[in-house]
Design a protein around this ligand. Structure first.
Ligand SMILES: [Zn+2]
Ligand SMILES: [Zn+2]
Length: 126
């Protein structure tokens, strides 16, 4: 299937690029609705899937309540706040290579590290 960047897809991609909080589909939907009042949640959700399938964004499964989306498709790591579920990027090279013995026969193609912590805003109120 040929991928086309339709105006709606373009908008959702743009909204995501502007947002540094790694929003959920619900969050993207709320903002998208302001531009396309008739857009449905299903459309937003499906668009996020298409963008992810085409490697323009990446889906994060680090928030146990809902999927979050990152506008940067390149491999990087994340910190999630255990209080408010805010997610921020971590750009740092880790030596996460597995030696052959530890890889259990797998051909390793990537790795992601998720840090858990309390963000500065939450830290002040704890
Ligand atoms: Zn990210
Ligand atoms: Zn927080």
């Amino acid at each position: 299937m040929q991928f086309r960047l339709t105006p709606q897809r373009m908008l959702i991609l743009k909204l995501l690029k502007k947002d540094t909080t790694h929003p959920s589909a619900e969050d993207v939907y709320k903002v998208a609705k302001k531009n396309f009042p008739n857009i449905s949640f299903k459309t937003v959700y499906n668009t996020l899937q298409v963008l992810q399938d085409n490697r323009l964004i990446q889906e994060l499964i680090i928030d146990r309540r809902k999927k979050r989306y990152c506008p940067d498709p390149k491999p990087h790591h994340h910190i999630i706040c255990t209080e408010c579920n805010k997610v921020v990027d971590v750009h740092l090279k880790f030596n996460t290579r597995l030696n052959e013995k530890r890889a259990e026969g797998f051909k390793i193609t990537g790795s992601k590290v998720t840090f858990y912590g309390v963000c500065p805003e939450c830290n002040m109120t704890v």
